[in-house]
Design a protein around this ligand. Sequence first.
Ligand code: FES
Length: 127
Amino acid sequence: MENVGKNVFVTKYSELPVNLGKTVLVGEKSIALFKLSTGKVYAIENRCPHREGVLAEGMISGEYVFCPMHNWKIGIVDGVVQAPDEGCVSTFPVKIQNDDIFIVIDDLDNPSIKNPDRCVYNESFNK
Ligand code: FES
């Protein structure tokens, strides 16, 4: 059976500031949403793999966010922690329709949602 993703509306594109993270909740999952200076929007797990810093509150530089707690550098597009640190956070597909931003969730029981230690990269569908 084909698995159709569920689009969860999170915010308006026009209301999302550039280069400033926003925390959104999908179910009980906290997700960090970022609109980069390219205009593209990405969603990653809102929890640093080091000691759970809130990534939506980090400083953004290009396609990276610096964790506000101890400055780990994490890729916003692929969720990968940059050397010398290690690890990754899950990423979630983003869909933009007109002015609406959706996060695409196959299922709230999706392992990437349930198990925060599993890193999953999902392609986003930006305009
Ligand atoms: S909690 Fe993110 S760098 Fe320590």
